[in-house]
Design a binder for this molecule. Structure first.
Ligand SMILES: [Zn+2]
Length: 129
């Protein structure tokens, strides 16, 4: 079996990134890609594009952890050494910020991974020899 790269998808990469990051179908951009916060839809309600075969696996969690760490670590290193607030504020503030940022980033990361996998599959056709 060979994998043949073709370029039949007229949808621009950045359009797919924008649509899927915002949680919309990467193909049409009209219907939601996720339901109930993080659950992936099987088929787009608007254009009938199937997403059931796409599995993002641990990618979105990995990206969320990476981004939250890179956002919070510098802030923690800047503010914490000279902090004048009580310890309980630090013990509450940083974990709360990490949880909130994770909850904000995770569905966007999942949409982005699904969109990127979908676009890559659109450009690849498997043929048997
Ligand atoms: Zn669609």
């Amino acid at each position: 079996m060979t994998v043949q790269k073709i370029n039949h998808n007229p949808i621009d990469l950045w359009q797919v990134v924008r649509r899927s990051f915002l949680g919309f179908c990467p193909n049409c951009g009209k219907a939601r890609l996720l339901k109930n916060y993080i659950a992936q839809i099987d088929k787009c309600r608007h254009c009938n594009e199937s997403y059931a075969h796409i599995k993002a696996e641990d990618g979105p969690a990995w990206l969320s952890i990476l981004l939250v760490g890179h956002i919070l670590a510098p802030l923690l290193l800047i503010y914490e050494p000279n902090a004048t607030w009580p310890e309980w504020v630090s013990m509450t503030l940083w974990p709360s910020l990490a949880a909130i940022l994770s909850l904000i980033i995770l569905p966007r990361a999942k949409g982005l991974f699904i969109g990127m996998i979908w676009r890559n599959m659109q450009n690849t056709i498997k043929t048997k020899n």
